[in-house]
Each structure stands twice: as C-alpha cells, then as structure tokens.
Design a protein around this ligand. Structure first.
Ligand code: SF4
Ligand code: SF4
Length: 327
C-alpha cells in the first residue's frame, strides 16, 4: 500500500525532515527578496538549516522566474530543484498562465498566492486541494510602498502558513534584510507599515477542488531548462572581464577563519557572475572557499548583502599602477 508523508503541518515537517518550498513569479516582482527574507528569518534559529536557490535567466523584468527553498532541522544534502513542494508560492498570477505552480504538490499541501481573489475562488480556479492562503499583496504594496509589489505581503503570508513566528520577529527580520541593502530609513518605515497591514489581510481555507492527476510532477528533462517565459539561457558574462567594472581602490574579500559558512548557498545563487567557489562537505552541505576576484567580480555587493554570516567584505585595495603601465 502506498503511503504519503503528512505535509499539512509545515512546522512539523521542518522538525521531522525538510520543508521544500517552490515559488513562481516574474523577474522584478520581488520573489527572490521574499525568499531571502524568509531564509534569514528561519536562520535566526541556530538549529535550522536553509538552502535557497533562485532560478532565472538574464532576461529581466517580466520574465518568469522560479525560486526553491529548503528548510530543515538538520544539514541539507540535496542540491537539486524542488519538484514536490509541500508549500507552493505564487507571487504573480501572470506566471500561472505559462507554468503550473501546483505541479507536484502532494495531497494536503499548502498554496500561498498573491491575489485579490479569495482562497475559495483560487481553489476553484486553479483546481487546488489542500490549504489555500491568499494575500492582496499588490494592493498593499500600492498603498504603503507606492508601487504594486507584493513581496512584503507574500513573505508575511508564508510566515503565517508555516506558523510559530511572532509579528515582531517577522517585521524585524525583514527590515534587517532591507538594511543590508542600504535601503533609506523612510522606506524602511513604509515597509514596516506594509508588513503590519499584511498580517491583518491574510486569509485561508482548506479545499478539495483538484485531483492528483490535475498537477502531476513534470517529467525530468535535466538541468539547464529555464522556466517557461524566461527568454534566454544567457546569464553570466564570462567573456568580458567584468572585474574591471568594480570601483577603483576597493576589492572584495572572502574570509572564513572559523568555518562559519553554513552552506546556505545564498551567495552562490545571487552572484550574477557565478564566480564563488564552493565544494560539498559530507557533514555540512556546500561550503564556500573563496572568490576569484581577478576575473569577473564587479563588486556588485550581492554576496555582501545576502551572507548571513557576514563573510564577504569590501576592503580597500591599492591599485598597482606600475604593473598596469609596464610595457
Ligand atoms: S561582489 Fe560578490 S556577488 Fe558581486 S560579482 Fe563579486 S563575488 Fe559575485
Ligand atoms: S559564504 Fe555565507 S552566503 Fe555563502 S554559503 Fe556560506 S554562509 Fe551562505
């Protein structure tokens, strides 16, 4: 007899095995920031391990993107796409026109949608069976951030779905993530208002509107396939030596003298140049060993912003003019 793991209690999944999350959205819509913020919130518990993988092409605003997140009470060894998420997140309903965001979600799974529609309407429209959580994130973004961006609200809705967080830590952790991106104080306050408004606007229900055959796991086609609508596989430059784009007088430094790297992979997946060196460790997952700053590091600062262990720094560097000018 076939048995299924109970995937309805997301907290219990984290403690007992692993919570796998998949998100679908559009580039520029804030899905990556929402997942990063969620990862940072989870990492406040030193016993929790998190792995976060955004998956997108060089096409920017409007292209489909997918993000994957694994959260567990033990080290995470898997480093592949999430194909049967217990929690599926839809940031932008436009993405659902070309991808099935419910694909492979096991019976009893949870769906979180940024939408104006009610949970019941969404369950009927998308043929969903399980817990359906909705939030009108674009409207909340328009009101508080002057822009129809739903990532703040979606983050709050996902924390609601997982459960066990207080509103203060939900707000503090998100604002900490923004501060690392050097967001001005006035904007932080608007985000605080949007976070609090979102906590009041979450709705949910449990429905049985879909059959397992409505959303089967897609057949394996191998790595390298981008989400439908992500227009080009080109992402990394790898031909221009973009290290030359970095401001003069500063350089990136990676230092991990106490082996504090947790293998969360934030830096690896957010580096637009793919130059962060890592190797698998049997005990702790992927561990970062360094960066080749002489080739493509343009000091964009993404790794500095996302590393929860603060292992990347921008440091002064004396340009060696005499070597550059030598014949
Ligand atoms: S600053 Fe960090 S994220 Fe940006 S290119 Fe250099 S290594 Fe990659
Ligand atoms: S260097 Fe930092 S961001 Fe990168 S994997 Fe290690 S802990 Fe995570």
């Amino acid at each position: 007899m076939e048995t299924h793991q109970d995937v309805s209690d997301l907290r219990a999944l984290i403690e007992a095995s692993v919570l796998e999350v998949r998100g679908d959205g559009k580039a520029g819509g804030g899905l990556v920031l929402a997942f990063q913020s969620l990862a940072n919130l989870m990492l406040r518990d030193p016993e929790t391990h998190v792995q976060e993988w955004p998956f997108f092409s060089s096409a920017r605003r409007g292209a489909n993107i997918r993000s994957f997140l694994r959260i567990s009470g033990r080290p995470i060894q898997a480093a592949c796409e999430v194909t049967s998420p217990a929690l599926s997140v839809l940031m932008d309903e436009g993405a659902a026109r070309s991808v099935d965001f419910a694909e492979g979600v096991p019976p009893g799974g949870t769906f979180v949608l940024n939408t104006r529609h009610s949970p019941e309407e969404c369950a009927r429209h998308y043929h969903l069976s399980g817990r359906v959580v909705t939030i009108p994130g674009d409207d909340i973004g328009t009101k508080h951030l002057k822009h129809p961006i739903g990532n703040v609200s979606l983050y709050v809705a996902v924390t609601h779905a997982i459960g066990g967080f207080g509103i203060e830590e939900i707000v503090d952790s998100f604002l900490e993530t923004l501060k690392k991106r050097r967001i001005p104080a006035a904007i932080l306050e608007r985000n605080r208002a949007a976070l609090l408004a979102s906590a009041e606007a979450v709705r949910e229900g449990t429905y049985h509107e879909g059959a397992p055959e409505d959303h089967p796991v897609a057949p394996w086609t191998g790595y390298g396939t981008l989400p439908v609508g992500a227009q080009t596989p080109l992402r990394l430059s790898q031909s221009n030596r973009t290290a030359g784009y970095a401001p003069s007088g500063v350089r990136l430094r990676f230092e991990d003298p106490t082996t504090a790297c947790t293998g969360c992979a934030h830096c690896i997946t957010n580096c637009p140049e793919g130059i962060i060196r890592f190797a698998p460790d049997a005990e702790r997952g992927l561990l970062v060993h360094g960066v080749d700053v002489s080739t493509f590091c343009k000091l964009c600062g993404e790794c500095i912003a996302v590393c929860p262990e603060h292992l990347f720094q921008e440091v002064p560097f004396e340009d060696r003019w005499e070597e550059v000018l030598a014949p």
